[in-house]
Design a protein around this ligand. Structure first.
Ligand SMILES: Nc1ncnc2c1ncn2[C@@H]1O[C@H](COP(=O)(O)OP(=O)(O)OP(=O)(O)O)[C@@H](O)[C@H]1O
Length: 492
């Protein structure tokens, strides 16, 4: 195993911490890691002004004029050969810094990275390209630097040219390229050097849709060929689809490593709450899985949908409710608290004659409260709190899910659910209604619509796009709805 970034003496001490042993990824099939990151920390020096930087450089007594900023704290990680690891984290969590250190283009302040095999890093695409040389000449130069022989380059250049697909421009100086052409050539050159380890920093999002699709296919073929891939992205669906395991970085620390779905859930929670509340919740969930409470507003029967039914609504057992839900149900003040929900969309569009008001809602899915992202096909519990300004025998309460372009994926209301009994309401009453729906929809962003009405023609309040939820793909299909289906070969 060769080292590409050995420890160098630290000028500032890293924050005191017990060094962690390298965390092995789950389900390791090959015990020898392709990449080993050991106790890596990275400190950047922050100066208040250029003058301070100069003063520090010129000070004979080594007086510091900087503030140390630790972008990475004691990261240890083993990436087994042939596995794909996804690195998730909010902006500034240290993902790029870690990739650059693994790629050897940045030295760690303390710690050590060891790597086996040829590495291709899709970090700064085309960083080494010479503007006066043609695409072809740059590819030859780049491949030579990567250690390919002239014969290997000659055998691949046609494939690189075809993948880049920029026509005659391939033989023109790259300074005449559009930025898209430049990226296509650089990307194509980088992935055709036959690396053992591929490091990808959001590079799959370059180019137009066709090029992205082609890059995605190439990525999959790398995986199939047993290459080791380290993949940084904000795209949670692709982590679920492509990665064998994932890690979550938060404020420069490796928070957790594990199964992609678990890490994606944690990341989604951090995005929603900005802290690690999810981790605590998930731990609690493992000890005592919270059963969502049933209809709270006195309905005697469960709300159901036709067809592929979600799990039946359970009996109301207050002891099993998440504390957030208990507090939500107990609060009948009728005050508008919508903006307190992390999934609330302030750009909602509200209309109706205001005979009733939707004052709050709560979402539960996969054991989490108000998740900003959930997996396609999981059950979603929607609790809607309504303040009524006039009495009604059986108000109509509904919800819908729409795409960002406003296409209705699904909508329903209590009057269309045959088993549901909605009790009468008084003027001034604050009631809560509960829906459960199986999210059999395509991955992507879905806006929540909530509604209350006296009848189909007497719309009291429609809160269009009141919430935003991201559905994450767990399996693949095309179209808007995930219709339950199966296939078999039929013998003749
Ligand atoms: N050269 C630098 N000097 C000082 N601070 C830096 C430098 N490069 C990065 N940082 C800081 O280090 C932290 C981690 O940055 P990094 O780019 O690794 O995050 P990231 O997770 O890749 O973010 P993003 O998702 O926005 O790309 C950030 O707070 C950033 O401001």
């Amino acid at each position: 195993m060769s080292s590409n970034a050995l420890a160098k003496p630290a000028t500032d001490s890293p924050p005191a911490e017990t060094p962690t042993p390298a965390m092995p990824a789950p389900a390791i099939h090959n015990p020898s890691p392709a990449v080993r990151v050991e106790n890596v920390s990275k400190m950047y020096r922050l100066f208040n002004s250029r003058g301070d930087r100069l003063k520090e450089a010129l000070n004979l007594f080594g007086k510091p004029y900087h503030r140390p900023f630790w972008a990475l704290h004691d990261i240890s990680l083993d990436v087994p050969r042939g596995q794909t690891v996804g690195i998730l984290g909010m902006n500034g969590s240290g993902k790029s810094t870690l990739l650059q250190i693994i790629a050897g283009v940045l030295a760690p302040t303390t710690g050590h990275v060891a790597m086996e095999g040829r590495l291709a890093a899709l970090l700064e695409l085309g960083a080494g390209f010479n503007a006066d040389l043609s695409g072809r000449e740059n590819v030859v130069m780049n491949s030579t630097i990567m250690g390919l022989s002239r014969r290997e380059i000659d055998s691949r250049i046609a494939e690189i040219e075809a993948f880049a697909d920029i026509g005659d421009f391939f033989d023109q100086p790259v300074k005449t390229y559009s930025s898209g052409m430049f990226v296509r050539v650089a990307f194509s050159a980088a992935i055709h050097v036959d690396p053992e380890v591929l490091i990808v920093d959001e590079a799959l999002s370059v180019g137009d849709a066709r090029f992205q699709e082609k890059s995605y296919r190439k990525f999959s073929s790398f995986k199939e060929a047993g290459k080791t891939i380290i993949y940084v992205t904000h795209d949670r669906s692709s982590v679920l689809q492509l990665c064998d395991f994932a890690i979550l970085l938060h404020k420069g620390r490796l928070v957790e490593m594990g199964e992609p779905r678990h890490i994606v859930n944690l990341y989604s929670e951090i995005l929603g709450f900005g802290d690690l509340r999810a981790k605590r919740q998930d731990r609690a969930a493992e000890e005592a899985p919270p059963a969502p409470a049933a209809i709270a507003a006195g309905s005697s029967g469960p709300a159901t949908v036709q067809g592929n039914r979600p799990a039946a609504l359970p009996a109301p057992e207050a002891a099993n409710r998440p504390p957030e839900l208990s507090a939500f149900l107990a609060d009948r003040s009728g005050q508008n608290q919508l903006s307190g929900n992390p999934t609330y969309n302030a750009d909602e569009y509200v209309y109706g004659n205001e005979q009733a008001e939707i004052v709050d809602y709560m979402l539960l899915s996969e054991g989490r409260v108000n998740p900003s992202a959930v997996t396609c096909g999981s059950d979603l519990d929607i609790y809607v709190k309504i303040r009524f300004h006039q009495p009604h025998e059986a108000p109509l309460v509904g919800f819908g899910l729409r795409t960002p372009k406003g296409v209705q994926g699904f909508a329903n209301n209590t009057s269309w659910m045959p088993d549901t009994v909605i009790p009468p309401v008084e003027a001034g009453e604050v009631a809560v209604y509960h829906f459960r729906v199986k999210l059999l929809l395509q991955a992507g962003a879905w806006f929540l619509l909530l509604s209350v009405a006296g009848s189909q023609a007497d719309l009291w309040q429609i809160r269009n796009n009141v919430g935003l939820l991201e559905l994450l793909a767990d399996n693949r299909f095309d179209g808007m709805a995930m219709l339950p289906c199966s296939a078999e070969a039929v013998a003749g």
